[in-house]
Design a protein around this ligand. Structure first.
Ligand code: C2O
Ligand code: CU
Length: 505
């Protein structure tokens, strides 16, 4: 299926890379502008010379008690992002990123996370409904050489979740160096729908991250704007300049913004429509036809696009609508655009059924059932005037309750808001009903400057008065600097206890 000229094109790129060095190759992508917070554009500049890596599906075994057991080793390694240049990176069961974990609703899973780094880390299952002690937030530390083995029963709809470390004050660096992976959940409802679901074939994980490389091809961890580290080179699943060959008429992309700070507005080079079928916590009630989907750090979307035989189309990120003013907007990446991934259709495509007109039922949570309304005001380094404190529990939630959380971005910078343990529904944004892309289950929501978003959620189970869950901004530098708080879920009338920092060592 690979046309000849493409192989020649990739040979040319290798020759250029060797002649000019990695730095020379990358400077064409606006490295200098990136450092100064000016506009970055790689549109039309990317040689799609490397085949998109597909993270392997993690192997698992079923133990004597019927549990599906996975093993992850967090380790340091070296990655060859550009042929001939080696970069120090971190990964899980490999040099960069981690395998895709996959489990089905109702399954009992156990994940043995072994820390082979020489510093403390943790492993958080982003978007997962689970007991607080299995959540992998900053309290569930894994010492160097230690293994942490959380277990829980998958009890939520089919969705594209992910996992990444959450060590106190160090999340940005751990994720940036490469610690992230996808966690796909399946269920019978999703399995009954005519959707592309052949992993790596017509159902493609797309983990998008931006990086800055120095002259020696090492990751640069400086260049911080207010938003955090904004890079000028994109990696998709750890591949620079990726292409993917498509053999089916319809392709499902599972998009994960695995970047530490950057918000994207994804679409295609010819502005074609696609069907948005799912968001953070699962499928939508019906596909939403659109030509753009904005994702801030940590958010996911599932889309299905249609391709014609023999065509190439570039998956692109357009300047995202951040709602910020001139300089702030530019420094937060609001003027930046990227060529992300080239999709190349074969001469003959296997036909795929049309996307179903109805997907899943999403019972609407009723504000009339809410027993509590809480307010959160986000500023540069604080939520409600306080920075994160591991020993302070900020909110106490009673198990079984429905709550409304009003989250206000109180200043001129951008943020987003992520809540552990639950998937929420957006009630309104500055009083307006949510657009279709925010009408399904979400665990992370973007906040333009001076915007208020009202969220509703139910805390169905897992009371534990001494182990907190987190809520925070998922711009990871903000999280690390203090834009995070803790809540515990308790039985009615129960008092919270001092947070318990279990160490697995
Ligand atoms: Cu994806 Cu608390 O994080
Ligand atoms: Cu923030």
């Amino acid at each position: 299926m690979t046309p000849r000229f493409r192989q020649q094109r990739s040979v040319t790129v290798v020759a250029i890379a060797v002649a000019a060095g990695l730095a020379g190759l990358l400077s064409g992508c606006g490295i200098v502008e990136g450092v100064r917070g000016r506009q970055v554009s790689t549109v039309g500049e990317v040689e799609f010379s490397q085949q998109l890596a597909i993270p392997p599906l993690a192997e698992s075994t079923v133990d004597g008690q019927g549990r599906r057991v996975f093993d992850l080793t967090v380790q340091a390694g070296q990655s060859e992002f550009t042929p001939g240049h080696s970069t120090d990176t971190w990964g899980m069961n490999g040099d960069y990123l981690g395998p895709t974990l996959r489990a089905r609703r109702g399954e009992n899973v156990q994940i043995n996370v072994h820390n082979a780094l020489d510093e403390i880390t943790t492993m958080h299952w982003h978007g997962m409904h689970l007991p607080a002690e299995a959540d992998g937030g900053p309290h569930q530390q894994i010492d160097p050489g230690g293994t942490w083995s959380p277990g829980w029963v998958i009890d939520q709809p089919a969705a594209t979740l992910w996992y990444h470390p959450h060590p106190h004050g160090e999340t940005e660096t751990h994720v940036y160096r490469g610690l992230a992976g996808m966690f796909i959940l399946d269920d019978d409802i999703e399995a009954g729908l005519d959707l592309p679901r052949d992993y790596g074939v017509d159902d493609i994980p797309v983990i998008v991250q931006d990086k800055t490389f120095d002259d020696d091809g090492q990751l640069v961890e400086g260049n911080r704007q207010h938003a955090g580290m904004l890079g000028d080179t994109l990696l998709v699943n750890g591949t620079v300049g990726p292409y993917h060959e498509v053999g089916h008429e319809r392709v499902r992309l599972r998009l994960l913004n695995g970047s530490t700070a950057r918000t994207y507005s994804f679409g295609f080079s010819d502005d074609r429509d696609f069907a948005l079928i799912g968001t953070d916590g699962g499928l939508l009630t019906e596909p939403h036809r659109t030509d753009r989907v904005r994702l801030s750090p940590g958010e996911r979307a599932e889309i299905v696009l249609t391709m014609q035989p023999d065509e190439d189309v570039v998956f692109r990120s357009y300047p995202p609508e951040l709602g910020a003013d001139g300089t702030t907007n530019r420094q937060a990446g609001g003027e930046d655009s990227f060529d992300v991934l080239e999709l190349r259709a074969g001469a003959i495509l296997e036909s795929s059924p049309p996307v179903p007109e109805r997907l899943v039922d999403i019972p609407r949570l009723d504000p009339g059932d809410a027993s509590e309304t809480r307010q959160f005001e986000l500023r540069s380094r604080t939520i409600n005037g306080e920075q994160m404190d591991m020993n302070r529990v900020d909110e106490v939630v009673t198990v079984g309750s429905t709550e409304i959380w009003e989250v206000e971005n109180g200043h001129g910078q951008i943020h987003n808001f992520h809540i552990h343990d639950v998937q929420f529904q957006v009630l309104d944004i500055d009083g307006e009903p949510p657009p279709p892309e925010l009408a399904g289950w979400k665990d992370t929501a973007f906040l333009s400057p001076r915007t208020t978003i009202r969220l509703i959620m139910r805390f169905t189970d897992y009371a534990d008065p001494s182990t907190p869950y987190m809520y925070h901004c998922h711009l990871l530098r903000h999280e690390d600097r203090g834009l995070m708080g803790q809540f515990v879920v308790v039985e009615p009338g129960q008092e919270p206890a001092p947070p318990n920092h279990g160490q697995a060592g």
